[in-house]
Design a protein around this ligand. Structure first.
Ligand code: PLP
Ligand code: COI
Length: 342
């Protein structure tokens, strides 16, 4: 398994930890440089960088896992590569070739091997690629230069531990995205726009808020920084469809798992907030959230409880066991989902 740093893996939350090395590459004069690993975790950028003023930035999140045999593997990094390029296109930033992206992720994981949590610890290595506009610029236009960096850290649960249900509250006063805005891309501004709604939800004792569709406020879009899914009373897997939802890699993986591993009918369609009765279980899914069972959703004066506020439902558990089993190498993965870090 190799030497590991002295960390109590079971105590980790979702917090920044400085690991040994990170990758940094600069785009200048129309091309990317080679990129390199560095110990320096501080960026020195122009005060006139577009990332600072105009939010020209996007990011990704993926994880590395240790298998029972001690191998380190990534889950679908090609999907993160494709998605960051969609975000880059949307914000008029240069794309990052897939080979450069995956190779850089591999370099960072290898360089920080001692921080990859061991199999069975419940923790994982969270990898954060970030792309931003830098260089001197003051008008509202794309930056002349870009930095692409990737760092990583061991993490534990994003919400509560393991499969503990959480309650969420519908955000009726705030949207994270506009109807034809950037909700479908992983750009920095969406998260700045979510801070207030999140803070108010947390103040009321909820794990996070549920965002409705910005145009009509009648349909579920996101669960904080995760996608929503529900299991109907007829054992169907349903997840909302909308261009302002971030296309979650976990969600698309669960659609596949529900259909092909659990033999469930699956639907990506509109989910109306006043039709929650159709679901016997519900969950939030994402790289950080993995699968977090939704105990209940507060909407106006009513707390709608799904399976239970304290226990995970059986289908949510099966989805979790299969997804996490694939990520850890315990369950056979569909072709092309797993990349070993050698
Ligand atoms: N929705 C939002 C707004 C997110 O930030 C994330 C995190 O990446 C997700 C959903 C889940 O996406 P993924 O499963 O690709 O991590
Ligand atoms: C992720 O799940 O990777 C996220 O990016 C969620 C959040 C920490 C922003």
């Amino acid at each position: 398994m190799g030497k590991k740093v002295d960390i109590d893996w079971s105590k980790l939350g979702f917090d920044y930890i400085k690991t040994d090395l990170r990758y940094i590459s600069v785009w200048k004069d129309g091309k990317w440089d080679e990129g390199k690993l560095t110990e320096d975790n501080m960026l020195h950028i122009s005060e006139a960088s577009t990332v600072l003023h105009y939010g020209q930035s996007c990011f990704e999140g993926l994880k590395a896992y240790t298998t029972k045999e001690g191998k380190i593997q990534l889950f679908r990094p090609d999907r993160n590569s494709a998605r960051i390029n969609e975000s880059c296109k949307k914000l008029l930033m240069p794309e990052i070739p897939e080979e450069k992206f995956i190779n850089a992720v591999m370099q960072v994981v290898k360089a920080n091997k001692e921080y990859v949590p061991p199999y069975g610890s419940g923790a994982t290595l969270y990898i954060r690629p970030v792309m931003m506009g830098v260089g001197h610029n003051i008008g509202v236009k794309p930056a002349p230069e870009y930095i692409f960096t990737i760092f990583c850290m061991p993490v534990g649960p994003y919400f509560k531990d393991g499969l503990t249900p959480c309650n969420f509250i519908v955000s009726d006063d705030y949207d994270r995205a506009a109807p034809h805005g950037t909700g479908g891309q992983k750009v920095g501004g969406n998260y700045a726009a979510s801070l207030q709604a999140h803070a108010e939800a947390a103040k009321k004792g909820f794990a996070d808020c549920i965002y409705l569709d910005p145009a009509t406020h009648t349909k579920i879009e996101e669960v904080g920084a995760a996608n929503f899914f529900g299991i109907t009373k007829n054992d169907e897997f349903v997840t909302p469809a909308s261009p302002s939802i971030l296309p979650s890699i976990t969600k698309y993986s669960l659609l596949y798992i529900a259909e092909h591993y659990l033999n469930m009918p699956v639907y990506e369609k509109e989910v109306f907030i006043d039709e929650l009765d159709q679901f016997k279980e519900a969950g939030a899914c994402g790289t950080a959230a993995v699968i977090t069972p939704i105990g209940g959703i507060q909407y106006k004066d009513n707390l709608h409880v799904f399976y239970s506020e304290t226990e995970v439902g059986p289908i949510t558990r099966k989805l979790y066991d299969t997804l996490y089993g694939i990520q850890l190498g315990d369950v056979k993965a569909p072709e092309g989902w797993i990349y070993e870090v050698k």
